[in-house]
Design a protein around this ligand. Structure first.
Ligand code: FE
Ligand code: FE
Ligand code: ZN
Length: 309
């Protein structure tokens, strides 16, 4: 049974798990993303069991879909520095362990940057890291994120992701999170040919691996290899591209995470607009829902304006 789109945004863990769930409900979300630890590295604190239970109850009550946690950007499974590789493997293993407290959800990560060692060596290191970290029978599915191909990023093509999956022994624990900004920047024309991109994904990886979406517009043109996210409808993808995504039978039921440059009110508007499109409402209606309210005039200026009248 579905409850409309499963959609949300990235939330701060600073007030704990239940607090994230409450924020999600307030903005109309039915999933969310969070960093498993400080994105700039360091140790994540072990979640408090009562807080975890409170979140699980809230998620059930509000018919949430699967959560899509994000490993920190500082991890690099295929760094040229052995100490970074060792840190990443250790941190990722403990993140998997932590996610097992919220069983059945997703843990997404950037495969890594090979730093001029070449994609082959990068892929070899990523495979070795995953083979070391994945625990047979774990309840968390690990997602490889499609990357924009900035610098030496691995995962810039569906082929590279497939080569990682093929190398991993427990590949039943792996899936893919497709980032719409990243695939556009990588050269897949998701804005004009969603079905063509999904066919290609199916041919190379298999659509059964497609588990979640990062829904972001892009500041850059197709194939720019840049990775700069834009608000929904304000970038090179455009609102119609997202209308296609939220109505296509192959994508509409996947958990969707917004990583657009917004604060909570902006996310709330994007969620409302994408829900409206998924229910068959027009682009014009969705555009209206996306409209930012005019900034309330600061009290001082208002007084000055009034006195002039
Ligand atoms: Fe990401
Ligand atoms: Fe992303
Ligand atoms: Zn990105």
């Amino acid at each position: 049974m579905t409850n409309g789109l499963t959609i949300g945004c990235h939330l701060s863990t600073s007030k704990g798990y239940e607090a994230m769930g409450k924020t999600a409900v307030e903005i109309g979300a039915t999933t969310f993303a969070f960093f498993t630890r400080n994105p700039r590295g360091g140790k994540g604190k072990a979640p408090d069991e009562a807080d975890v239970q409170a979140l699980l109850r809230l998620m059930e009550e509000h018919h949430f879909g699967k959560l899509v946690a994000h490993a920190p950007y500082t991890m690099n499974m295929c760094s040229a520095k052995p100490d970074v590789v060792a840190y990443t493997r250790e941190a990722f293993a403990s993140d998997i362990e932590r996610m097992e407290q919220l069983p059945g959800n997703y843990l997404n990560f950037h495969p890594g940057s090979h730093l001029k060692q070449g994609a082959d060596e990068g892929i070899r290191l990523i495979v070795e890291g995953l083979n070391q970290d994945l625990i047979p029978g774990q309840k968390t599915i690990v997602l490889l994120e499609t990357m924009a191909g900035k610098g030496t990023e691995v995962g810039r093509s569906f082929e590279e992701l497939e080569r990682i999956i093929e190398g991993v022994e427990h590949d039943e624990l792996l899936g893919v999170c497709l980032d719409t900004c990243h695939v556009n920047d990588a050269g897949y024309d998701i804005a004009h040919d969603l079905d063509g991109v999904l066919d290609e994904f199916d041919r190379v990886i298999g659509l059964d691996r497609l588990c979640a979406l990062h829904v972001n517009d892009s500041k850059n043109p197709l194939g720019a290899h840049k990775d700069r996210h834009e608000k929904i409808g304000q970038g090179t993808l455009g609102l119609a591209a997202f209308q296609a995504i939220v109505t296509n039978p192959r994508t509409k039921d996947l958990p969707m995470i917004l990583e657009t440059p917004n604060e909570l009110p902006g996310y709330s508007r994007e969620i409302a607009a994408l829900r409206a499109l998924s229910e068959g409402r027009s682009l014009a209606e969705a555009e209206e829902l996306l409209e930012e309210p005019e900034e309330p005039e600061p009290a001082e200026q208002k007084k000055a304006a009034e006195s002039k009248e």
